[in-house]
Design a protein around this ligand. Structure first.
Ligand code: B12
Length: 153
């Protein structure tokens, strides 16, 4: 565990240095992504990896951090009009917040405006299908592939 946390911190610092090189100056973003770890969940290493790879692939990232309630996702989708909402969960107990977030997007009449991507260790394609997410991947480069497949703004 200590080694994992130390390497995550090293990765974060390195990515801050690499960010300006990865994101080519003046290039129009290919799409906007709102990303966060769902309510009740504080794990962010995988979410940060996904955000960094998407950013490197030209997406504009709005990172809401961890423990993000469904209402927050809804409010930001309303305001920022992203193409994608990317949800991360690492606990079996917080996976249910993914379903709640999708339900809240539906209630707010926003579900058709965004593609919802989900991931995290306990999440599966079967769960994605069950809750009506648009895409699932078990890794960060897969998240980029999904975003490309599902289209830009
Ligand atoms: C690191 C860690 C922690 C750290 C988190 C630090 C941080 N800043 O993230 C700390 C110590 C804080 C922690 C706390 C807890 N943890 Co913890 N933790 C882990 C651990 C060891 C590694 C997770 C990780 O970072 N993996 C590395 C990253 C790169 O992988 P990843 O997150 O899966 O992400 C990849 C993919 O899943 C995917 N992906 C991820 N998100 C998304 C999103 C999208 C849209 C897409 C497409 C893809 C995608 O791409 C990523 C890159 O490849 C796991 C064990 C494990 N093997 O997973 C336990 C684990 C997740 N934790 C667990 C538990 C129980 C807890 C605690 C409840 C412990 C406690 N009793 O306090 C708390 C919960 C706190 C909370 N409310 O969230 C359990 C969960 C069990 C379960 N079935 O739910 C696990 C599985 C450990 C275990 N075997 O028991 N934890």
């Amino acid at each position: 565990m200590p080694e994992l946390l130390i390497s995550a911190r090293a990765m974060k610092t390195a990515l801050e240095l690499l960010r300006p090189l990865l994101v080519a100056k003046g290039v129009k973003p290919v799409g906007r992504v709102v990303i966060g770890t769902v309510k009740g969940d504080l794990h962010d290493i995988g979410k940060n990896l996904v955000a960094s790879l998407l950013e490197g692939a030209g997406y504009e990232i709005i990172d809401l951090g961890v423990d993000v309630p469904p209402e927050k996702f809804v409010a930001v989708v309303k305001e920022q009009k992203p193409r994608f909402v990317a949800l991360s969960a690492l606990l079996t107990t917080t996976m249910t917040s993914m379903r709640l977030t999708i339900d809240e997007l539906k209630k707010a009449g926003l579900r058709d405006q965004v593609k919802v991507l989900i991931g995290g260790a306990p999440v599966t394609q079967r769960y994605a299908d069950e809750i009506g997410a648009d895409g699932y991947s078990d890794n960060a480069s897969g998240a980029v592939g999904l975003a490309r497949k599902l289209g830009t703004n």
